[in-house]
Design a protein around this ligand. Structure first.
Ligand SMILES: O=C(O)C1=C[C@@H](OP(=O)(O)O)[C@@H](O)[C@H](O)C1
Ligand SMILES: C=C(OP(=O)(O)O)C(=O)O
Length: 459
C-alpha cells in the first residue's frame, strides 16, 4: 500500500434511515466482458457482446484492441444511470439492448496500450500483442508497475516472443510482435495471479502449436476465474483440456485452431452485486439482484453461501437473487483463496458483525489494486475497528465503529467497502468515490437509488 495523499473530494456515505428494500440491476461482469472482447478480437469472424460492462477496465481493453486494428462498434444509450420505477429500484449504465460489435482484423503495430490498473488488460493483452505484426508498447498507472507480470513475460519468451521489459518482469514494456507465435509447453508460477494462466490460455488457440500451461509453485488463487476462461474458450469453439475434466493437476492444454464469432450476453457482475447484497444484510433489509445466473463461473456466486453463513437468507428464483437480513450479522471463518476479489466487501461486513471473523487464503491481495490487507486494516481501524493482518488474511473482531475518512488508495473495492460501513456508521467520508468507475459505472447513483434517494442527492 503506498501512502496516498491525493486530494480527491470526499463523499459523505449516506446513512440508511431504515432497512434497505430495493431491486438493483448491476452492470455486466468485468471478467466476462474483457474475456469476451479478447476472444472476439482473436476470432475468424465478427461477433457480438451484449450488455457489456462499460467501465474504466473494459473501455481500456476495447481501446487497446482498437489500437491493434480491431474494430469495435458501440451502441450506447444516452444516460449513464437512472432511478428505477419506484423508490429503491435502480438500474445501471449497461442497460439491456446495448451491444458491442467486434470485427476482427489483422493485428498490427506500432501501437500503445494503456493498461490503467486493470489486471485483465495488463495480463491478457501481451499474448495478443505477440501475435500482432509490429511493436506494441504497454504502459499504465504507477501501481501497474508494481503488480506481478513476470509469469506472462517469462512464458511468452519461452513460447517464442521478443519482449523488452526495462524493469525486468514488470511494466512498462514493449512486445515486438512478429505476426505469429510458436507456442508449445510452458511452466509458470501463477501463485501471485490466476490471470497469468488465463492470459496464456485465451490466446492459445492462435499459437502455431497451441499451448500447454503447467502451474508450478504455491497455491493457485481464483480458480473460478480460470474455469471462466476455459468455459468461454470452449464457447468460442476452442478445444481445451483442463484439470477438472480428469486431466493432470494444474495443467491446461489448448489445441491450435480458429475461434468462432459468437453472440454473447454478459452476465451481471456478481462481485459488484456484493455491496448491495451486503447493504440488505447489515441493515436487516432486502435486496434483489435481477438476472442472477443459475449457473456461472463468477466467484461472486459464492456470496450466497458466505452471506448465509453470516446471517442472511438467500433465495434464487425467476426474479433473481433476493437476500434478506434479520438485523444480526455473524462473524465468519472462511478461506477466500478462490474468491479473493470478494475480500474487501466481506471484511466490511465482518467489521459490523457480533463475533470474530478470520479471512484466510488471500496473501496475494497484497499485490492487487493496492495492498488490500494493509489498506483494510488501516482504514477499518481508523474508524475504531479491531483488525489485524495475518500471514494470509485478516482477523476482525467486533468493535463499535465511529465516523471518519475512509481512504481508498485508488481501489474500487475499498471504496464500496467504505460506502457499506457508512450505511450504518454515521459520518463516514469515503475518499475518491469515483475510483469505483474501474468496474462499476456511477456507483454513487446506484447506491442512492437503492436507498430511494434522488440520484445525486448525496454524491
Ligand atoms: O481473471 C479475472 O478476471 C480475475 C482474476 C482474479 O485475479 P487474481 O487471480 O490476480 O486475484 C480476480 O481477483 C480479478 O478481479 C479478476
Ligand atoms: C483484483 C481486481 O482486479 P484486476 O482485474 O485489476 O486484477 C478486482 O477487481 O478486485
Amino acid at each position: 500500500m503506498t501512502d496516498h495523499t491525493t486530494s480527491a473530494a470526499h463523499w459523505s456515505a449516506p446513512l440508511a434511515s431504515s432497512p434497505v428494500d430495493a431491486t438493483v440491476t448491476v452492470p455486466g461482469s468485468k471478467s466476462v466482458t474483457n474475456r469476451g472482447l479478447v476472444l472476439a478480437a482473436l476470432s475468424s469472424e465478427p461477433g457480438w457482446l451484449r450488455r457489456p460492462l462499460r467501465s474504466r477496465d473494459t473501455l481500456l481493453m476495447a481501446e487497446a484492441l482498437r489500437a491493434m486494428g480491431v474494430h469495435i462498434e458501440e451502441t450506447v444509450s444516452s444516460s449513464s444511470a437512472s432511478a428505477g420505477p419506484g423508490a429503491g429500484a435502480t438500474s445501471a449504465a449497461a442497460g439491456a439492448g446495448e451491444a458491442w460489435r467486434v470485427i476482427p482484423a489483422g493485428l498490427s503495430g506500432p501501437a500503445t496500450v494503456d493498461v490503467g490498473n486493470a489486471g485483465t488488460v495488463m495480463r491478457f493483452l501481451p499474448p495478443v500483442a505477440a501475435l500482432a505484426d509490429g511493436d506494441i508498447r504497454f504502459d499504465g498507472d504507477p501501481r501497474s508497475y508494481e503488480r506481478p507480470l513476470h509469469g506472462v513475460i517469462d512464458a511468452l519468451r519461452a513460447l517464442g516472443a521478443r519482449i523488452d521489459d526495462e524493469k525486468r518482469g514488470a511494466l512498462p514494456m514493449t512486445v515486438h510482435g512478429s505476426g505469429s507465435l510458436t507456442g508449445g509447453t510452458v511452466e509458470i508460477d501463477a501463485s501471485s495471479s490466476s490471470q497469468f494462466v488465463s492470459a496464456l490460455l485465451l490466446s492459445g488457440p492462435r499459437f502455431n502449436q497451441g499451448v500447454e500451461v503447467r502451474h508450478v509453485g504455491g497455491r493457485l488463487p481464483s480458480m473460478p476465474h480460470i474455469r471462466m476462461t476455459v468455459d468461454m474458450l470452449r464457447l468460442a469453439g476452442a478445444q481445451v483440456d483442463a484439470p477438472e475434466d480428469g486431466g493432470e493437476r494444474d495443467t491446461w492444454r489448448v489445441t491450435p485452431g480458429a475461434l468462432l464469432g459468437r453472440d454473447l450476453t454478459v452476465e451481471p457482475d456478481l462481485s459488484n452485486a456484493q455491496p448491495f447484497l451486503a447493504a440488505a444484510l447489515v441493515t436487516g433489509g432486502r435486496v434483489t439482484i435481477p438476472d442472477w445466473p443459475k449457473h456461472t463461473t463468477q466467484p461472486g456466486d459464492a456470496l450466497r453461501r458466505i452471506f448465509t453463513e453470516m446471517g442472511a437468507t438467500c433465495e434464487l428464483d425467476e426474479r433473481g437473487l433476493t437476500l434478506k437480513g434479520n438485523g444480526r450479522v455473524r462473524g465468519i471463518d472462511v478461506d477466500l483463496s478462490e474468491v479473493g476479489e470478494l475480500t474487501p466487501g466481506i471484511a466490511a461486513v465482518a467489521a459490523l458483525a457480533e463475533s470474530e471473523s478470520v479471512l484466510r487464503g488471500v496473501a496475494h491481495l497484497r499485490l492487487h489494486e493496492t495492498d488490500r490487507l494493509a489498506a483494510l486494516t488501516k482504514e477499518i481501524n481508523g474508524l475504531g475497528g479491531d483488525v489485524t493482518e495475518t500471514e494470509d488474511g485478516l482477523r476482525i473482531r467486533p468493535r463499535t465503529l465511529h465516523g471518519g475518512v475512509f481512504h481508498t488508495y485508488d481501489d474500487h473495492r475499498l471504496a464500496t467497502a467504505g460506502a457499506l460501513l457508512g450505511l450504518v456508521v454515521p459520518d463516514v467520508q469515503v475518499e475518491n468515490i469515483a475510483t469505483t468507475g474501474k468496474t462499476l459505472p456511477d456507483f454513487p447513483a446506484l447506491w442512492s437509488g437503492m436507498l430511494g434517494q434522488p440520484v445525486g442527492e448525496r454524491a
